[in-house]
Design a protein around this ligand. Sequence first.
Ligand code: URA
Length: 431
Amino acid sequence: MLVYEILRKKLDGELNTKEEIFRLVNGYVFGEVTPEQMAAWLAAVYIRGMSDEEVWWLTEAMAKSGRMVNLSEIEGIKVDKHSTGGVGDKVSIVVVPLVASSGVPVAKLTGRALGHTGGTADKLESIPNIRLDLSEKEFVSQVRRIGCAIAVATEDIAPADKKIYALRDKTATIASIPLIVSSILSKKLAGGADAFVFDVKFGDGAFIRKLEDAQKLAEGLVKTAKLAGKKAVAIISSMEQPLGHAIGNAIEVVEAIEVLKGKGPEDVRELCLEIAAQMLWLGGVVTNSKEGKSKAMELLNSGAALEKFRDLIIAQGGDAKIIDQPEKLPQPSCKVEVRSGQSGVISAIATRELGLIAGQMGAGRIVDEKVDPAAGIIVMKKIGDFVNYDETIAILQSNKPIVNDLVVKVRACFKFGEGVKKPPILAGFVG
Ligand code: URA
């Protein structure tokens, strides 16, 4: 089949076959399909959409374009979770050891900070000496030994997605649900788990702004994962404000440890319990998610989840003393408090902007490639909180000088208004 004919079919609104989609994806990876041809096909998908089978074939082709992690030596149902990314999202640091402490194995490949969103790999790397560059052998053997591992996803995981994503970015075809579903799921399938919980975020700090679009993405992810023969559910959660108080790396690890100690901010705790409950249910240790939630609470309250996190840090070469002595984590040379400057109730927080500012201060890769583990923002007040004009609404920290311009920008991220309610963290479920 000519590539020309594959494109013509999609442009004319016809369906592509599995063979055609594999031909296109592999051809693009190996340079036989040109960027112009691929761009035309992506634009056609953007406008015409894809059938459920086409989305699955595209996902499969991209997953199989690189290394497929083999977890078959690990006994039990391997459950993974994926977040579509947000500001202050430290959920993986909590739920991986939490779920593993129940006996459900969790083998997690994770990413780095991107744009205004943080990355679990960067956050964990603030723990002195920890290694996230595990080989597949080390990764699998650690999960067999202690029940969990977190490693950074290498370049050979779904390389077709990287190449296609870069082209989508240049051709304004990112915002297509079938393309997003196959991009996310191809990387997850290559990670080798049997079951997935997706945390699809919406709101100002999320990649998807509108709740209805998050709902469509959640449905697409669950449907396609099921076509791939996997168990899957999705939770839709709000990113209208940062998750918890900490945005950064070391400070997010501290907050995650607080949650593992049975404390921590209510929104982080609630989201972690919900995701863990679904993972425990998919992993087969409870018969429904309500039981899963009680089990997850029990694992937090008994200290089992925290001990599993200690095991994980030690297994990956890190200094587990940070659990009891968080001051051993990297500390900033510079800290500045941001005062409100007005009295009233906070009605909105420019979350994406806060994520970008944290990134600029060194928490992400916006200015330098090298991340400053101590940099970040502690958000002291959230939506629905009353503040006096001289109260601290945020604390900025960095190893670079913090200029007044940043203080002004952070203050402007907090909006004030009347009749405001605290937004719920959980907004939907797709099962
Ligand atoms: N995240 C991904 O991994 N892929 C997309 O297409 C969008 C967000």
